[in-house]
Design a protein around this ligand. Sequence first.
Ligand code: ZN
Length: 209
Amino acid sequence: MPLFAALLLLLAPWQPPVDPEATAAPDLVEITALDPTIRLDIRYATPRNFLGRPVYSEARAFLQRPAAEALVRAHRRLKTEGYGIVVFDAYRPWSVTRLFWEATPDDKKHFVADPSKGSRHNRGCAVDVSLYDLRTGRLVQMPSEYDEMTPRAYPDYRGGPRRARRLRDLLRRAMEAEGFDVYEYEWWHFDYRGWRRYPVLDLPFSALP
Ligand SMILES: [Zn+2]
């Protein structure tokens, strides 16, 4: 490893940050236990992610209970339109956020969370989602790929096929109606309002029920 990279690693924080406002007790629940018709496509358990290698040993998805219940409600709301929710990522251990930060070039860092602050994924209150068609079972086309680090990923991007923008906006409305806010640079990323009450966690999936 070059000396400069080694120094950067030394400077990066080794411990998850402690937020004094995060006073709620963690209650991470497995999303598919609440509704098995929510689909999983956990990209970080596969090489199909921006790192090109798996970083999770298990393809599972957890959220804090109120966020998981809200996601189930959004999923059921979308059923009336002929779509279901597919989850790419939900709770993410803090050490994985740190790994993403180190692997991302400076000009793309607004697409990843700063480990010194922690991510809302680390609090179990953020979820990366898209839609699948209930008739065909296939993922729909959105204006960008998941984790694509370009302006096509912005939720207000106005290019690309009209149908893709319509489905992106349909997903956003269903999520907003259930208490989530979209991230300004990623159409797929939603934060559950109330995330601040939950601490940054670094529990591996294998430690969860
Ligand atoms: Zn995300």
